[in-house]
Design a protein around this ligand. Structure first.
Ligand code: SF4
Ligand code: SF4
Length: 218
C-alpha cells in the first residue's frame, strides 16, 4: 500500500518536472551545482522541516484552491523534497495559495505547508519574480500599484490594468459597462485620507529591497 503511494507521488513530481529520465538528470546536475539543497534552504528560512512530510495528501484534500491548481499542495512539498527548485518556485500551487492555513492545520506531521509556500514565494520574488505565472504576477503588481497610489483598490482600475498586463485585453469588455451603469462597480475610488502613510510603507520596503539587492521586476 505504502509503496504504491510512493510510486504515485514519484510519478507526479516527475511529471511536473517534465519527464522521467531528463528530469532525473537535471535533478542530479542541480544538486551538484548548488551549495544548499532546496529542502535545506526552506528549513533555514522558515524553520519548517519538509522531510517530515510523508505525502498523505491531507493538505491537498482540505485546500479550498485545489480545484484551480495543476500542482497541488502535497505535490509542491514533494518537489521541495526532490530538490526541483524551479518547478517548485514556478508551480501554480504556491501562487494560487490564499494563505488560509487549512493545510497546516490538517497536516498530521506539522510540516506547515502554508509557511513553506510563503517561503517559496519569497524566494521566487528575490531570485526571479518572473517565475510567477503571468496572470498571477500581473494581478499582484496591479494590486500593489493601486494600494501604493491611493491606499484603496479601485475595481474598475484593477480590472483594466490587470487585463492590460496579463494580455487579456477583451476580458470583461462586455460585462463591465453594464456593471458600471448599474452602480455595481465604481469608476472612481477616492484615495484614503492617510495615503501618505501607505506610501511611506512602500518606500521603506523598497529601501530594504535595494539594500539587500531584491526588487519587484516590472
Ligand atoms: S498533510 Fe502534511 S504530511 Fe500530508 S502531504 Fe500534506 S504536508 Fe505532507
Ligand atoms: S494555505 Fe494555501 S495551500 Fe494551504 S489550504 Fe490554504 S490555500 Fe490551500
Amino acid at each position: 500500500m505504502e509503496s504504491s503511494r510512493q510510486l504515485s507521488n514519484e510519478e507526479q513530481a516527475t511529471a511536473v518536472a517534465g519527464g522521467s529520465s531528463a528530469a532525473s538528470g537535471a535533478h542530479v546536475a542541480r544538486t551538484a551545482s548548488e551549495p544548499m539543497s532546496l529542502i535545506d534552504e526552506v528549513f533555514a528560512r522558515s524553520g519548517v522541516n519538509v522531510r517530515l512530510c510523508y505525502q498523505c495528501g491531507k493538505c491537498s484534500a482540505g485546500c479550498p484552491m485545489v480545484g484551480e491548481m495543476a500542482v497541488r499542495p502535497h505535490m509542491v512539498m514533494h518537489l521541495v523534497q526532490r530538490n526541483y527548485r524551479e518547478e517548485a518556485l514556478s508551480s501554480d500551487g504556491i501562487w494560487l495559495c490564499l494563505t488560509c492555513e487549512t493545510c497546516s492545520a490538517r497536516c498530521p506531521k506539522g510540516a506547515d505547508p502554508a509557511r513553506v509556500f510563503d517561503t517559496l514565494r519569497e524566494m521566487a520574488q528575490e531570485t526571479n519574480p518572473r517565475l510567477a505565472p503571468r496572470a498571477i504576477g500581473a494581478f499582484n503588481r496591479t494590486f500593489l500599484d493601486q494600494i501604493r497610489s491611493s491606499g484603496r483598490m479601485s475595481e474598475v482600475g484593477l480590472a483594466m490594468q490587470f487585463n492590460l498586463r496579463s494580455g487579456r485585453l477583451l476580458q470583461d469588455a462586455t460585462s463591465m459597462p453594464a456593471l458600471v451603469s448599474r452602480g455595481k462597480l465604481k469608476v472612481k475610488t477616492p484615495p484614503m485620507r492617510d495615503v501618505d502613510e501607505v506610501r511611506r510603507i512602500f518606500a521603506n520596503v523598497e529601501a530594504v529591497q535595494r539594500t539587500y539587492g531584491q526588487g519587484d521586476e516590472r
